[in-house]
Design a binder for this molecule. Structure first.
Ligand code: IPM
Ligand code: MG
Length: 576
């Protein structure tokens, strides 16, 4: 947040009462624009005429008040709905200070949270200041937060009051969270002391409420990348007071070698009891040498089905520093930030009947079934809509309704009906999957939330990986339905799979797995700020040049799996 200390600039009077936040930034502009883009819509209904040209009557359009930095307003400025965007819009127009006799409460707080100084003066003082601005030769005023005074264009000084906490936050450029974080060590010291004196208060936290996290490294590169995840989990436990019940179990070939089965019954019990599973990968050429009954059931698909992990989220974000390693041109991928929401427990992956028959002429006939019910479609669509509401508000639903009017037709109808009934504020579009594959590589920034059924999501997410630079970068979260205790069982895995060609060489990229743990912090452990911390550390590690072979550009020095883990840990240690 920008600091506010002392400001000299044009002051503009806008002496209308009850300026609503919907005029400051109209509701219809809230969605689809980034934070820095609201300035051009600020005061839109007053500032422009219906043909789009500027309205010369509007004070801020007059040459004298153009580029104003200070706004002098009448009673109840910023009333109306609580949108933070109102402050961003004013800032986008260049305004850094608003002076008025009174404000909408939430607007007033939003100002302080975003580095905008809102000053309350008496009505008489505001009127005098406005008259001073109108009459003086130049409309330039100074607002001095340190001295708590305004110097009007005529030179007259007006003192103002402000709560000391708010003043300090603005002077130091810290919002409320920032101010609290400054007290971090004092809070910790208090907690440590308190824990010694009143241990019973903390006992619950240490026992039954602990989330159970199970590490299943699995096959291929799984154990290598999960070893790095383990170091990161340990760091959070040691340095950030992360309290979890952490366990680890063999799974896949390693379990076979140790116990003669790919998954022991004990392991399955652990899986069922876990709140979150950190999964590596499954699959190895060695499976071909095992007796067929040992590999008949795919254990990953079994987990997805039996734990009903229907809600699969695959965030795809461009990392600027990796633009050159993508097979797509940097200007195509720049700024892409989307999430694929994939239905994971239904569709053709699990549909019955399925099988292979031998025919009379000796040839074979093989078949799978794609099935979806209204309920299955609704619950995944709901996840996509809920997610869109906290993002840019757009969902693109993918199907193949032109050739599959049954499953895809039901998909499209159900998604649309749910949107119309419960999510009218979300902008929903539909796209055929073939076109979608093309749009992903042609213009990926058009997507916010992409909603797909199981098979389409599998294919499109590999395709989307190229936007992030490498398959090794992408994390995923798979969540089950909300249980009675309010928790959702979850599995977190990188989407890259077991990569047998590079397994055991210590060169696999652990970032997808590390970022999957960030998703676990966010979705299973309720620690979104710690998740953001880890994501930031990964970005910083990459920005500082750490590159596994898959994300190295020409001439870049490459590092191994463990060095990438080192780099992330170093950056975690550096973050304040
Ligand atoms: C994925 C993988 C899995 C899938 C495989 C390993 C079963 O490709 O998670 O995208 O097809 O879903
Ligand atoms: Mg896949």
């Amino acid at each position: 947040m920008e600091k506010f200390v002392r400001l000299t600039g044009v002051a503009a009077p806008l002496m209308r009462k009850n300026v609503d936040t919907d005029v400051v930034i109209p509701m219809r502009r809230l969605i689809g624009h980034a934070r820095g883009e609201f300035g051009k819509f600020c005061f839109e209904p007053w500032r422009y005429r219906s043909d789009g040209s500027e309205n010369p009557e509007f004070p801020l359009n007059q040459p004298r008040f153009r580029n104003a930095k200070v706004l002098v307003a009448a009673d109840n400025f910023g009333c109306g709905s609580s949108r933070e965007h109102a402050v961003w819009a004013l800032q986008g127009m260049g305004i850094r200070c608003v002076i008025a006799p009174s404000f909408g409460d939430i607007f007033f707080n939003n100002c302080i949270q975003n580095g905008m100084l809102a000053i309350r003066l008496s009505e008489a003082e505001v009127e005098r200041l406005a008259a001073d601005i109108e009459q003086a030769k130049s409309a330039e005023a100074t607002v001095d937060l340190e001295a708590q005074q305004i110097i009007a264009p005529s030179g007259a000084a007006i003192a103002f009051d402000i709560e000391p906490e708010r003043r300090r936050g603005l002077l130091e450029g810290l919002d409320q969270i920032g101010m609290t974080l400054k007290l971090d060590s004092a809070i910790r010291a208090f907690q440590d002391k308190d824990r010694g004196e009143r241990p019973w208060i903390y006992r619950r936290e240490e026992t039954e409420t602990l989330a159970r996290v199970l590490i299943l490294p699995g096959d291929g590169v799984g154990p290598e990348v999960l070893a790095q995840v383990r170091r990161i989990v340990d760091w959070f436990m040691a340095e950030r007071d992360l309290a979890i019940d952490l366990r680890e179990e063999l799974f896949g070939m390693l379990a076979w070698k140790a116990h003669g089965t790919l998954m022991r019954e004990e392991t399955w019990k652990e899986i069922q009891a876990a709140d979150a599973i950190l999964f590596g990968a499954i699959g190895s050429p060695e499976y071909e040498k095992l007796p067929p009954e040992a590999t008949r059931v795919d254990q990953l698909l079994r987990m997805r089905k039996e734990l009903d992990l229907f809600d699969n989220m695959r965030p795809v974000r461009t990392i600027e520093a990796l633009a050159a390693t993508s097979s797509l041109r940097a200007e195509v991928t720049k700024g892409c930030d989307m999430v694929i929401v994939r239905e994971l427990a239904g569709g053709i992956y699990f549909g019955e009947p399925r099988g292979i028959e031998r025919r009379a002429d000796g040839s074979e006939r093989a078949f799978n079934t794609c099935v979806y019910t209204t309920g299955e479609i609704e619950r995944i669509a709901r996840s996509a809509f809920d997610l869109a509401r906290v993002r840019m508000g757009r969902v693109c639903s993918v199907d193949k309704a032109n050739v599959l009017p049954e499953t895809s037709g039901l998909w499209r109808r159900t998604v649309q009906a749910l949107r119309d009934k419960e999510y009218p504020d979300v902008d929903l579009s539909h796209m055929y999957v073939d076109n979608c594959a093309m749009q992903l590589v042609r213009n990926p920034t058009q997507f916010d939330v992409m909603l797909t059924e199981n098979l389409f999501g599998d294919i499109l997410s590999d395709c989307a990986a190229m936007i992030a630079g490498s398959l090794g970068m992408l994390p995923s979260a798979s969540l089950g339905p909300v249980r009675e205790d309010g928790r959702r069982q979850a599995l977190y895995e990188p989407i890259h799979g077991s990569a047998p060609d590079i397994a055991g060489k210590g060169i696999a990229n652990p970032v997808g797995a590390i970022l999957s743990f960030a998703l676990c912090l966010r979705h299973s452990l309720g620690l979104p700020q710690e998740a953001a911390r880890l994501e930031r550390a990964v970005e910083n590690a990459i920005a500082s040049g750490a590159r596994t072979a898959d994300i190295a550009g020409k001439g870049d020095k490459t590092c191994g799996t463990a060095e990438m883990g080192d780099a992330v840990l170093t950056e975690l240690g550096r973050l304040p």
